[in-house]
Design a protein around this ligand. Structure first.
Ligand code: BMA
Length: 329
């Protein structure tokens, strides 16, 4: 039986798999949990990240405004389902005005490492790259150097040092709606200088696993388990109506996370419900966070739906890992 290596989270949001459902990942019946207009200025709230915080929950949310600018906002919740999102975006402190200058910010991830919460996001700096900051309290945020040169997206930290170095996966890309993209692993002694880059995995060519044939990108912070790092990631198919974003999962080696042990051939969840198929960008299921309870093996996945609202889905770690192994490419 696969175990999550981590903390218990007795108040994890949870709903049992619905009767008659055979899927390994199932949706919350009251989706979406965050509506597009949850704050007065927002056009849409999606691709957002949540963590346990002081016995409750906190998060960083992508709220696109009604002028269609993209920024990230802190928010808080008693139960992980009902959220109070600040009406003003996060302002960052830091050493260098050049780096603090805001072009745009989107698709945040939040990762607790050692004593603080690190935030990574897609940060505009002459094109998209990976911004990095930390906070202790979700009130004051300290911005560090951008991790990489442009162009890059989907920078996702690992929750502990591996072989003495911080680890991050990312997806080198281009300035636009990138028609390619593989996942790479990078390492850092100090969260500012990143190197020792390793290729993790590529798209799948042909129609063997078409949902991940155009580009792939890491989603939530990888979950440490007794079988390896459980990495939930999105994959993109290019249809005659444009990109379709689904998600699957891989198991990576614990000490060498660039080694892929298993990787799902079928998707785990694809856009099928109305709120995933209809919105500003139709047919997008884009996971950015997962809560876990090491005691029960429960996983709650937060994902952006149609670039408009935020949904919640659930899985049980032992079932999920078993499924990944039995349905691996
Ligand atoms: C990607 C990012 C995501 C978005 C997706 C689908 O390139 O911009 O934020 O969810 O496209 O539009």
């Amino acid at each position: 039986m696969t175990k999550i290596i981590g903390n218990a989270l007795p108040n994890i949001p949870w709903q049992e798999r619905p009767e008659g459902c055979t899927d390994v990942v199932w949706r919350y019946s009251n989706n979406p949990v965050i509506k597009r207009n949850a704050i007065p200025s927002s056009n849409s709230i999606f691709n957002s990240a949540v963590v346990p915080f002081e016995g409750k929950f906190a998060g960083v949310f992508r709220c696109d405004s009604k002028s269609r600018s993209m920024d990230i906002f802190a928010g808080f919740s008693e139960d992980g389902i009902n959220w109070n999102i600040n009406h003003e975006p996060i302002t960052f402190e830091g050493e260098d005005a050049e780096i603090l200058n805001r072009e745009y910010r989107y698709d945040p991830r939040v990762c607790f490492i050692e004593d603080r919460y690190y935030i990574t996001w897609c940060n505009g700096y002459h094109g998209p790259t990976i911004g990095v900051a930390y906070t202790f309290d979700f009130k004051t945020f300290h911005q560090l150097e951008n991790a990489f040169l442009p162009y890059n997206r989907n920078g996702v930290l690992f929750p502990r040092k591996i072989n003495g170095l911080y680890g991050m996966v990312s997806r080198p890309s281009d300035t636009g709606h990138t028609p390619f993209g593989d996942i790479f692993y990078s390492q850092s002694p100090d969260m500012e200088f990143w190197g020792k880059h390793r290729h993790v995995m590529s798209t799948v060519k042909g129609d063997d696993s078409a949902w991940q044939s155009t580009k792939i990108g890491a989603g939530p912070i990888p979950i440490e388990t007794s079988e390896g790092w459980l990495m939930i990631y999105h994959g993109v198919l290019n249809s005659c109506n444009g990109f379709v974003y689904s998600f699957g999962a891989a198991i990576l080696d614990l000490e060498k996370p660039w080694i892929v042990k298993y990787r799902t051939k079928p998707y785990l969840l694809s856009p099928q419900e109305l709120y995933e198929c209809v919105g500003d960008v139709p047919n997008v299921a884009f996971p950015c966070a997962a809560l876990t309870d090491a005691e029960t093996g429960r996983i709650a996945i937060y994902y952006g739906c149609a670039d408009t609202v935020t949904g919640l889905a659930f899985a049980q770690v032992d079932e999920l890992v078993e499924y990944i192994k039995n349905n691996s490419l």
